[in-house]
Design a protein around this ligand. Structure first.
Ligand SMILES: [Zn+2]
Length: 358
């Protein structure tokens, strides 16, 4: 369905709801002076994309769906793992090995059938970012790495889409709304990706399960304020520590020579296009994303690999254990693979080439 058709459908839905005075679902928001009938109508006619569906992203998706944002898109490359369940509150044991975007979108559709929810099971990269993100009214960051955030920043500044940066690790988290042209962008604040090892990650530093939900709530509030054009004009970086109970609001200054928002150099979006091979920090794994999308017949491949090693598959993913090594490969339908048991891109490439003929 084309995005415009979705808007029409949502408009029609809202008019029907309006006509029948069936405001029960949103009644507690409608009486809030901050939202009201006009605000609810604006939310129902808005579109938001959420990049990443981990602890923060899935909570943002859940809250925006229940608040009645008319069209939501969730983009995530991963599948549900046991280590996620401690903090990713939308998932349960029955969801293990299934794609997060798919599980999350199905669950929020069950919570609100008045809205449209799209799920995209893909790795957002320079090859596909502009196509996948399109032109929603707003993007919320639920990603777990700076490379994706810098890419989202490039797309948002280039196409003038407001976005909300957020992240949580350890016991603290941060949120910063970014309005192209009006406020500083992510690169005004962090000019370049810090070298590996400088930033904390959840895989290495751990994360208390209460902080991503708080960060998601702050980010969702900022998202709603932007959609209703009721956001603050002096954007601040909000830093909250749930263990220390400290809240800081830091001013970020627009850099007049920022490569991205001042000079329109979109380095992360214009990065060399080709097969993308990334060592996943702290996970002892390498991800391979082919430059061109294809569709792999997972059931057929499972039949072949079954003769060689241990295979498990469902409609979306195939898990294969190489009997000769300690490598474990998770393959997605679009050809992307995560090779566990190595941090060496060359070793991962050779495993991929050995078992995935393209
Ligand atoms: Zn900037």
């Amino acid at each position: 369905m084309a995005p415009n058709d979705c808007h029409k459908l949502v408009n029609a839905n809202f008019s029907a709801v309006n006509a029948r005075h069936e405001y029960a679902r949103y009644s507690r928001q409608l009486i809030l002076p901050e939202i009201g009938t006009d605000g609810q109508s604006a939310l129902l006619n808005s579109s938001v994309s959420i990049v990443g569906c981990g602890a923060t992203g899935s909570t943002v998706l859940n809250l925006l769906a229940r608040a009645g944002v008319g069209e939501l898109t969730v983009i995530d490359r991963d599948f549900v793992e046991l280590t996620n369940l401690q903090r990713q509150v939308l998932f349960n044991e029955g969801d293990l090995d299934l794609p997060k975007a798919l599980v999350a979108s199905e669950k929020v559709r069950r919570a609100n059938s008045d809205i449209i929810v799209h799920d995209i099971i893909k790795d957002l990269n320079p090859n596909n970012a502009e196509d996948i993100l399109g032109h929603p009214d707003l993007i919320v960051d639920g990603s777990d790495n700076m490379e994706t955030r810098f890419l989202v920043n490039d797309v948002c500044i280039k196409h003038e889409i407001p976005w909300v940066y957020c992240g949580a690790v350890g016991t603290h988290g941060m949120v910063m709304p970014i309005i192209p042209r009006a406020t500083p962008c992510l690169r005004c604040f962090i000019p370049n990706i810090p070298p590996q090892g400088v930033l904390q990650t959840c895989d290495l530093a751990g994360v208390l399960n209460t902080i991503p939900t708080i960060v998601a709530s702050i980010a969702t509030t900022e998202a709603i304020r932007i959609l209703l054009a009721k956001h603050a004009t002096d954007t601040k970086l909000i830093i909250y520590d749930v263990w220390e109970q400290t809240l800081q609001k830091m001013s970020v200054i627009k850099n007049p020579s920022c490569r991205c928002c001042a000079q329109s150099q979109f380095e992360f979006l214009d990065a060399k296009k080709g097969d993308k091979i990334t060592t996943l920090c702290g996970r002892d794994a390498v991800q391979i994303t082919p430059a061109r999308d294809g569709t792999i017949k997972l059931a057929e491949l499972a039949g072949i690999l079954d003769r060689i090693g241990q295979v498990k598959h469902n409609e979306y993913t195939l898990l294969f254990k190489d009997p000769h090594t300690d490598f474990e490969m998770t393959l997605f339908r679009d050809g992307r693979a995560i090779i566990k048991g190595t941090r060496d891109p060359e070793a991962a490439k050779s495993i991929y080439a050995r078992y995935v003929a393209r």
